[in-house]
Design a protein around this ligand. Structure first.
Ligand code: NAP
Length: 272
């Protein structure tokens, strides 16, 4: 099956229809974008009802909802600007209300990836990335973890989408790399503090994920990646989605505070 991103296997293929998330209600932030769409479709394929969050792209979110409904699943599109703390809390409440008082999983995926050199970067530029990529993760996590579900309805797993750039910075991405490193450390801290309440918090760190037009927009980057990565290809949104499904599932019930790298093996390469 080919999705709007041109990437295959979003609702079929390995891992689909596995029932791993049967009975769960999941909120996926940034599900109008490339990765979020793949994560939402994989959660639905694993049996979860999915709240598909977007900020501006209602059309893309609606397409994800339709695709899930057409496959026999349950989904709703919910709007929020996650740089606003009250919107993070409202979004979590709306998702839980839609789930009938049940919200069991949150994936903090929404984020921006601007490219900018350090010389000339302003504090406002820095803050814009930190607000979207880190403060929103803090606020959504707090809202979800401290939301009181009905019996059996509370949040059990929270997964942040970080990046391999949290540990291997790329040029002109200082604000982004620093934000992703903060997200990894937030998850480890949250794992410590929310663990006693039965809530697991992890990160998934993707490598370069394919999207429509990427090879045309950045041919030299894609070529370098394909030459360097041991598995010989770019990542697909569903590669990340499957990792998130696993972390939200009972199979990961003793995994928390972990960073799961999903990068086709590129981080295993010697750097010298
Ligand atoms: N693509 C990669 O190769 C890659 C690799 C590693 C990590 N990641 C991470 O994966 C995540 C998704 O990346 P992507 O490539 O899928 O990006 P994308 O296609 O640009 O999607 C970004 C998503 O974030 C939402 N968003 C942006 N600012 C927001 C805000 N202020 N409030 C609420 N939502 C906001 C967007 O919503 P609207 O469009 O509806 O406004 C969209 O749904 C990001 O955290 C990114 O850092 C990506």
């Amino acid at each position: 099956m080919t999705g709007a991103t041109g990437v295959t296997g979003a609702t079929d293929g390995p891992g689909a229809g596995n029932g791993l998330l049967e009975g769960q209600v999941a909120l996926i932030t940034g599900a109008s974008g490339g990765l979020g769409r793949g994560i939402a479709l994989r959660f639905a394929a694993a049996g979860a009802a999915v709240a598909v969050h977007f900020r501006t792209n209602a059309e893309a979110a609606g397409e994800v909802v339709t695709r899930i409904a057409d496959s026999g699943g349950r989904a709703v599109a919910l709007r929020a600007d996650l740089t606003v703390e009250s919107e993070c809390h409202r979004l979590v409440r709306e998702a839980a209300d839609w789930g009938g008082g049940v919200l069991t999983a949150l994936v903090n995926n929404a984020g921006v990836q601007p490219v900018q050199e350090l010389p000339g970067m302003t504090v406002a530029d820095w803050r814009a990335v930190a607000d979207t990529n880190v403060s929103s993760v803090f606020a959504c996590t707090q809202a979800a973890a401290e939301w009181k579900g009905g019996p059996g309805g509370g949040v059990r797993s929270i997964t942040h989408i970080a990046s391999i750039e949290a540990t291997h910075p790329a040029p002109h991405h200082a604000h982004y790399s620093a934000a992703k490193a903060a997200v990894v450390m937030h998850a480890r801290s949250a794992a410590l503090e929310y663990g006693p309440y039965g809530i697991r918090v992890n990160t998934v760190s993707p490598g370069l994920i394919d999207r429509e037009g990427l090879a045309q927009a950045w041919p030299e980057g894609v070529r370098r990646w394909q030459q360097a990565v041991p598995t010989g290809r770019l990542g697909r949104p569903e590669d990340v989605g499957d990792a998130c499904v696993f972390l939200a599932s009972p199979m990961a019930s003793w995994i928390t505070g972990h960073d799961l790298v999903v990068d086709g093996g590129i981080s295993a390469r010697p750097t010298w």
